[in-house]
Design a protein around this ligand. Sequence first.
Ligand SMILES: Nc1nc2c(ncn2[C@@H]2O[C@H](COP(=O)(O)OP(=O)(O)OP(=O)(O)O)[C@@H](O)[C@H]2O)c(=O)[nH]1
Ligand SMILES: [Mg+2]
Length: 273
Amino acid sequence: MLQHVFSDRYISKGFMTSLHLQNSSAIQIHKPIVIVPTYNEVDNVGPLVGRIFAATPDIEILFVDDNSQDGTKAKIHDLMAQHPGKVHILQRAGKLGLGTAYVAGFRWAMAQGCDALIEMDADHSHDPKELIVFLDKLKAHDAVIGSRYCVGGATENWSFIRKCISQFGSLYSRTILGLEILDLTGGFNAWRRETLTSINIDLVRSEGYSFQIELKYRAQLAGKSIIEVPILFSERRAGQSKMSLAIVIEAMLRVWSLRSIKSEVATTSLTPS
Ligand SMILES: Nc1nc2c(ncn2[C@@H]2O[C@H](COP(=O)(O)OP(=O)(O)OP(=O)(O)O)[C@@H](O)[C@H]2O)c(=O)[nH]1
Ligand SMILES: [Mg+2]
């Protein structure tokens, strides 16, 4: 059950089209949280917190830091002191990968009673102004996918090669897995707590981009109501990319093994949350 939503500029031009219109029952959101994995993002975390609270004052932020060596941890502790009870840190011993960072973050946030969990990169590629749209859409859908590839979505300042890798990655995964979601590798997504519980995140084994693909695959297989919302994805503002050839190759290979979890997901999605 997938629906696409189109940005105002496209709606006003008459481009609005919808696919599947079956919505999940409407809910209220009481305790939303943005989960940001960090590895050496010292120059990004401070401005990011400012931008998030400027866009959505009533939200919490959890950084999952993998023992960054550039002062990110100390910076996050400063931010926690400036925003008591609103900024949190989950510290891990070393660079253990994006996938396990998110699973640990999801578990931590759910244990705190958070009911809307939003994935976001630390490097300002994702615009906090979209959070309000995500939270609004999450009232009626099990998951909201920030999409560069639905109508109205875009990337900014990306090299031709980077665009090709990203678009090929989504097309390749969609074809192999038979998925309808257009942006499979993107990391700006919102999940209802019940969605993550019912797709059993403890079973997720992927890292890097394949983590994003696996989560979306499990959600679609479980019949969740998913909406794609257009986003503008910007190049990172500061610091170094952690993207590597190994992560791209892991994603390409992992997609094939994801096919075999179809039956496993069908079973676990029947388990009450
Ligand atoms: N905790 C943790 N965070 C990570 C790890 N790898 C990457 N990250 C964070 O995950 C987010 C996405 O990583 P990026 O390096 O921006 O990857 P990308 O967006 O694909 O690549 P660029 O935008 O080109 O930098 C950033 O906030 C990183 O700091 C990791 O192993 N552990
Ligand atoms: Mg990035």
